[in-house]
Write a protein that binds this ligand. Structure first.
Ligand code: ASP
Ligand code: MG
Length: 402
């Protein structure tokens, strides 16, 4: 008997008809003799709607209370899905994050899973119940409800798959797999049959919305058999795994990310320890810094520019302003009118021309590059907001990914 974890995103359970569609997928898997753990997200736009509701009351609500509110979305989904499965005549039980033993740290609204106490889930599986678990939520050591960050249900599913030693973790969504780029921008984007954990991790971190990046991190760490497929077509989907035959495909995917802002600090004293100060202050507040650019010093001064998520800009600016004396810069400026476009592919390491080809595509499209960052398997550029679709299309064409 196999243990299969199936995760369904918000669009897959958006209304009663979709809930029954999911119930059908789940019970078919169960009928084949498998044990099934199901993880669900909040229905449709529920999470966004709850955030709007909160803003009406208090736009600066504490993260703890936000988590208390947002966790309710998933609780609706698990109970409705359980009711649908009951109606089809199968044994089922729904569990909140805490009932399922999801213990997280206390970083409200962006918690990390610390451990999963799987006794309850295992007990229910032993009774041959279909177990439905609320995604996105957990509990910390103060018995407070926490959430894992937007899109975090994927991570709940992979973590459960790892903790319960599942044979397979299927992520069902409204697209039928991972594509070379967003098919809404480039209609001839191609579905990938397979992708490596490392490539998927970069794609997810660089704006491909298909998987929560931490879920991929976790799948790699615990070697979880992972696949992405559509709950609507039920087609085969994309398998995410350790190594993938590259077949001369240097670039696997092109992504864009609009949730980017750039901060520039000018006139910083050109001495050791300055970068350390800036970035440790930000790290202490859990603000991730992405592309970093430092100019060559002149007249004993240098400039440092870097990007953060647009959603973190207010917090980042506040920290930097409050620490003006400690950091010691002359002026600070920032813009949120930038976007990041990236290419990802494991085959890049050994091929010198890849970055040049990307820049050529941008040059031909007359798109100016503000910042560049590279790693072994990705190249990212920062460009003006509004040009990202054009850039993605130009790059996708240049690498003949269609
Ligand atoms: N409902 C949560 C969100 O919208 C979690 C998820 O969908 O994965 O971010
Ligand atoms: Mg998602």
């Amino acid at each position: 008997m196999s243990l299969i974890v199936q995760k369904f995103g918000g669009s897959s359970v958006a209304n009663a008809e979709r809930v029954f569609n999911v119930a059908d997928i789940v019970t078919s898997t169960y009928k084949e003799g498998n044990n099934v753990i199901v993880v669900v997200s909040a229905q449709g736009d529920t999470t966004d709607d709850l955030i709007e509701k909160a803003k009406e009351i208090n736009p600066h609500a504490s993260k703890r209370e936000m988590d208390m509110l947002l966790a309710t979305g998933e609780q609706i989904s698990i109970s409705l899905l359980a009711m649908a499965i009951e109606k089809l005549g199968y044994p089922v039980v729904s569990l909140t994050g805490w009932q399922a033993g999801m213990v997280t740290d206390s970083n409200y609204s962006n918690s990390r899973i610390r451990k999963i106490n799987t006794e309850r889930v295992m007990l229910e599986l032993d009774k041959r119940n279909i177990v439905i678990v609320a995604g996105f939520q957990g509990i910390n050591r103060y018995d407070d409800i926490t959430t894992l960050g937007r899109g975090g249900s994927d991570t709940s599913a992979v973590a459960l798959a790892a903790a319960c030693h599942a044979d397979l973790c299927e992520i069902y969504t409204d697209v039928d797999g991972v594509y070379t780029t967003d098919p809404r921008i480039v209609p001839d984007a191609k579905k990938l049959d397979e992708i490596s954990y490392d490539e998927m991790l970069e794609l997810a971190s660089l704006g491909a919305n298909v998987l929560h990046n931490r879920s991929v991190e976790m799948a790699k760490k615990y070697n979880v058999n992972l696949c992405v497929r559509s709950s609507l077509t039920r087609a085969k989907g994309t398998v995410v795994k350790e190594a993938v035959k590259v077949e001369g495909m240097l670039v696997r995917g092109v992504t864009k990310d609009n949730d980017v802002a750039r901060i520039s600090l000018c006139g910083i004293e050109d001495t050791p320890g300055k970068a350390f100060r800036i970035f440790s202050l930000l790290a202490k507040k859990n603000i991730n810094v992405d592309i970093i650019l430092q100019s060559i010093g002149r007249d004993n001064k240098k400039d440092i520019s870097f990007t953060v998520a647009e959603s973190h800009i207010d917090e980042a600016l506040k920290i930097i302003e409050e620490n003006k004396e400690i950091i010691g810069y002359e002026t600070m400026s920032y813009t949120t009118k930038v976007s990041k476009v990236s290419i990802v592919g494991a085959g890049m390491v050994t091929n010198a021309g890849v970055a040049a080809r990307m820049f050529e595509a941008l040059y031909e499209a007359q798109i100016n590059i503000h910042m560049i960052a590279t790693s072994e398997i990705k190249v990212s550029v920062l460009i003006d907001e509004g040009y990202e679709a054009k850039a993605v299309k130009a790059i996708h064409d240049k690498f003949e990914l269609a």
